[in-house]
Design a protein around this ligand. Structure first.
Ligand SMILES: Cc1cn([C@H]2C[C@H](O)[C@@H](COP(=O)(O)OP(=O)(O)O[C@H]3O[C@H](C)C(=O)[C@H](O)[C@H]3O)O2)c(=O)[nH]c1=O
Length: 187
């Protein structure tokens, strides 16, 4: 398993090893021991999966607040996504900045998103399936969000906001400037 740093410290691309042969390939896509040794000494206790039927479906930007914050390990099982993580840790030198990475079954990468970041993605092809492992259980009370099209974040989504397929919830998320302090940066 290879890890690749991104423009924001802490957010990592995680590339499992593939054993290719004329049939195709085999890959151990996740191993607890390798993740703990190479990324973070954390346990994943819930796996999530979503299907998005249309191109230009945007889910996010979401995070869970204390006492149920979630680290997320995200991969694309079918289709393709632009996966985005935004630093929402007040006091962070990269506060408000984001990482955007294309995840596909072909590149087989995970994106590791620690606690303190909002997460979202946009589908690039129809019938896209995303799997992600999380480090705490879902809590509706802790489920929070930031506006996907916040100009202060400035994500270059591959779809115009007006044309995006969104949940009602994601049409009315607050801007970053209006967000309470959920996370602070510890140097
Ligand atoms: C996240 C979650 C949701 N739900 C229920 C709540 C709703 O009744 C339904 C759809 O939830 P939501 O509209 O929040 O799903 P997404 O818009 O795909 O949100 C997710 O996608 C973005 C990209 C994320 O990073 C978050 O993990 C997650 O919020 O599933 C559950 O029962 N368990 C869960 O863990």
């Amino acid at each position: 398993m290879q890890t690749i740093e991104t423009s924001i410290p802490g957010i990592l691309r995680v590339v499992p090893k593939r054993h290719s042969d004329p049939r195709g390939y085999f890959s151990e896509v996740f191993r607890d021991d390798l993740f703990r040794a190479g990324v973070a000494d954390l346990a994943f206790i819930q796996d999530n999966m979503s299907l998005s039927r249309e191109v230009g479906t945007i889910r996010g930007l979401h995070f869970q607040s204390e006492p149920k914050p979630q680290g997320k390990l995200v991969r694309c099982l079918a289709g393709a996504i632009l996966d985005v993580a935004v630093d929402i840790r007040v006091g962070s030198p990269t506060f408000g900045r984001h990482v955007a990475v294309e995840l596909t079954p072909e590149n087989g990468e995970w994106l590791w998103i620690p606690v303190g970041f909002a997460h979202g993605f946009c589908t690039l092809v129809p019938d896209t399936v995303v799997l992600y492992k999380v480090t705490d259980y879902y809590s509706a009370a802790a489920d929070k969000g930031v506006a996907f099209d916040d100009p202060d974040i400035g994500i270059a989504w591959p779809v115009e906001p007006a044309a995006a397929v969104l949940s009602d919830k994601d049409r009315r998320q607050p801007r970053l400037a209006d967000l309470p302090t959920y996370f602070t940066h510890s140097a």
